[in-house]
Design a protein around this ligand. Structure first.
Ligand code: HEM
Length: 221
């Protein structure tokens, strides 16, 4: 797939643009809620919006590697921003639940986390995301060496827990829940067969993928 390459000088700006665009739904939702423009239950609508964007960013984070492996499009530079956006959305979702929904009633919150399975699973995913967010900087990558990659593979079970949490949060599983669950299963499946695929295609690449451009791997016949 041939996409025009983004000049190097715009790389940093494009990442900042991604952060700004990524946080816009939260800001917009907050603005609508604060100005009384969310019809129905504004707290629930806002909480749901944050949860859905958290899952979207988790899924997008997992998509970056297969896009590079299969299509040769290298958007790795955006992966950290997408992962951090997922983390900020989960944090905001959690805060909206604690502060706006439960009004900091700690007994209710503790009971929810320990007794309602879907919340327990969401909480586990959130807790597991914290070390990943804290070590998403270059210094940690250098300091942890190969341990860093192993640790950051946790993003797969975290996304699976997020999708499961979503499915269990509703009474009837609908197309949206199925879509996220299927995407996460496919992405985890890809991670499991990736090495095999890469070994088969090794040596048939046209060169290292760079930015938004083609170096599509062709399977060896
Ligand atoms: C990776 C972590 C998480 C993800 C991806 C996530 C995502 C979601 C999504 C997509 C929904 C459904 C939104 C909708 O129906 O449109 C949801 C609902 C919910 N989440 Fe999370 N969540 C996470 C963690 C948490 C945590 C840590 C808590 C609180 C401890 C939490 C509490 C809730 C609650 C209470 C609901 C249901 C709200 C309701 O309908 O009453 N979530 N979450």
């Amino acid at each position: 797939m041939n996409l025009p390459a983004l000049p190097r000088r715009y790389h940093a700006a494009s990442i900042w643009l991604l952060y700004a665009a990524g946080l816009a739904p939260a800001a917009w939702g907050f603005y609508l809620g604060a100005t009384g423009q969310l019809v129905g239950n504004p707290v629930k609508i806002f909480e749901h919006l944050l949860g859905e964007w958290a899952l979207r960013f988790l899924t997008l984070t997992l998509l970056i590697s297969p896009i590079r492996d299969i299509f040769g499009i290298n958007w790795i530079r955006y992966r950290r921003a997408l992962g951090l956006l997922a983390f900020w959305y989960v944090l905001m979702h959690f805060l909206a639940y604690m502060v706006l929904d439960k009004r900091l009633a700690l007994d209710v919150i503790v009971e929810d986390i320990t007794k309602r399975w879907f919340i327990t699973i969401g909480m586990a995913a959130f807790v597991a995301l914290i070390p990943l967010a804290l070590t998403s900087n270059r210094r940690s990558i250098r300091r942890l060496g190969p341990k860093w990659s192993k640790m950051h593979r946790l993003i797969y079970p975290i996304a699976a827990a997020g999708a499961l949490h979503y499915c269990l949060s509703v009474k009837v599983i609908g197309p949206e829940q199925m879509l996220y669950a299927a995407l996460v299963v496919i992405l985890i499946g890809w991670r499991l067969v990736r090495r095999y695929y890469m070994e088969r295609t090794r040596g048939t690449r046209t060169g290292p993928a760079s930015d938004g451009q083609a170096s599509r791997a062709k399977p060896r016949s």
